[in-house]
Design a binder for this molecule. Sequence first.
Ligand code: HEM
Length: 231
Amino acid sequence: MSCFLSNSSLGKKLVMSVTGAFLVLFILFHMSMNITAIISPEAYNMICALLGANWYALAGTAVLALGVLVHFIYAVILTLNNYKARGSQRYAVTVQEPGVAWASKNMLVLGFIILGGLLIHLFNFWSKMQLVEIMGGHVNSLGYSPADGAALIAYTFSKWYYVVIYLVWFFALWFHLTHGVWSMFQTVGWANDTWYPRLKCIANIVATIVFLGFAAVVLVYFFCPCIAGVC
Ligand code: HEM
């Protein structure tokens, strides 16, 4: 079984699809939680305090980090294998095949952009919240409590360049999900003639909900910073 998952192309795609599904579920959960920061910054901070550095939050973080790592490593291996398999063909003039979306051919590039955005994001939030608690601190480098997620959101998105960087990041994620969510179902054999257009449509809807949900938080906090009492 482990040989199948690491040696065969289908096995590797299956690993991509399972870790991808897990990451999409995390992203939907994270986005829904962030919307709370618009509705009630106090409620959002209560959730942040609940998640903090408790054993279950730390276990969740470890599983999440493993999911990102495996998804990324397998993506690189699959892309390199495809590249090798094409051999000298890669130098031939490629004709744009109809129906092959730009995102499907640039998943690894989009993945690198998303990973870069994630590192900036972890520096902005995780290192000033959960990491501070792990280290036993009671205030972060900005002087906020590590559970005051709303104040940190207000601080981060008071800077125009973070608004731009995050929106570009969400846009790359949108592209990645329009192909990724559909491809996930195709790998497990769900994409027949009837379901192909439906799954494409579902992927576009999921990607757009994720984009709008995350972007709403950034834009609301940029234009109305007083929402979290930081103004
Ligand atoms: C408006 C956009 C976003 C906001 C306001 C936001 C907010 C946060 C906050 C406050 C934390 C720290 C939680 C803690 O340490 O207790 C966090 C962690 C994290 N965020 Fe986001 N986030 C946003 C978008 C995203 C996106 C688009 C992704 C993924 C593509 C993402 C992935 C993560 C990850 C992986 C963590 C670490 C989770 C953990 O420690 O278990 N975030 N985010």
